[in-house]
Design a protein around this ligand. Structure first.
Ligand SMILES: Nc1ncnc2c1ncn2[C@@H]1O[C@H](COP(=O)(O)OP(=O)(O)O)[C@@H](O)[C@H]1O
Ligand SMILES: [Mg+2]
Length: 249
């Protein structure tokens, strides 16, 4: 059984008159690196939010980490890492990077429990892995967008999720940082945890098989394994074939 199994799902935003995701099916197995591409407004972010139980599924069946998403959204969220698109911390946010990363462990702690030695160790390991030791004691809101993104990646690594989802995590990062993080993501999938990554930057993709998903208008128009070097050209081709899917800015 896959870690994610979506079968003909429809999802709609609160108050939205039409479903955004329409008749979508997707299966993700352990250790897969899933790249999700497609034009703006295709529904990529909405798909990740649906998998995380943040948007109501109005039709179809959805199993994530062995749980029925339509009934156990809260439990699923504890098992899924999710680096959201375009987040921003207020400059006065009163938490250091170290504290934000440690919060990745909170889903595992019971109410009012203090973090254990193991939790502190997981947080410090994640900080080292992402290479942000020098930022650990800075408050998160004072960092650049790219540094905040790295901190949130470390937060989600410390969480030790069963699935890792990242929504355009490279938007503020240069090529060097992208390539470095891709190396970390390669280790994550090697350890068996699948990654779902929405991105438009494919130059630093690790040299491994990619499960490529291309979306348009709330549907999947391509769903196949491919070589990482072919990802960009396949997305271009699929979007060109589907006239309506031309990237519009
Ligand atoms: N909070 C929301 N409420 C209603 N509609 C939304 C909301 N967020 C996104 N949408 C709509 O859902 C569609 C897909 O958006 P999105 O998933 O953000 O696309 P992508 O991430 O592929 O650019 C768009 O038409 C967008 O307008
Ligand atoms: Mg998006």
């Amino acid at each position: 059984m896959g870690i994610i199994e979506l079968n003909d799902i429809y999802t709609a935003y609160e108050g939205g008159d039409k479903p955004v995701i329409r008749g979508l099916s997707l299966c993700v197995d352990p250790g897969e690196y899933v790249v999700i591409g497609g034009p703006n407004s295709a529904g990529k972010t909405t798909l990740l939010e649906s998998i995380n139980g943040l948007i109501k599924i109005t039709h179809g069946s959805a199993m994530v980490c062995g749980l029925d998403l339509r009934r156990h959204g809260n439990a699923v969220r504890k098992k899924v890492g999710y680096v959201v698109q375009n987040f921003y911390f207020d400059p006065f946010t009163p938490f250091t990077v170290e504290e934000v990363v440690l919060m990745g462990r909170y889903g595992r702690l019971g109410l009012l429990k203090r973090p254990s030695k193991e939790d502190f160790e997981a947080a410090s390991k994640a900080i080292q892995l992402v290479g942000i030791e020098d930022l650990a004691h800075k408050t998160i809101g004072t960092l650049s967008g790219g540094q905040q993104q790295k901190a949130m990646i470390a937060h989600n690594i410390a969480k030790e999720p069963e699935v890792m989802m990242l929504d355009e995590p490279f938007s503020n990062l240069d090529f060097h940082a992208r390539e470095y993080l891709q190396g970390i993501f390669k280790q994550v999938v090697r350890s068996g945890t699948p990654i779902l990554m929405v991105s438009h930057a494919f130059d630093g993709l690790p040299d491994i098989r990619i499960h490529l998903v291309v979306m348009n208008k709330g549907r999947i128009i391509y769903d196949r394994e491919c070589d990482s070097k072919d990802v960009e050209s396949i997305i271009r081709k699929e979007c060109a074939v589907n006239e309506d899917a031309r990237i519009s800015h």
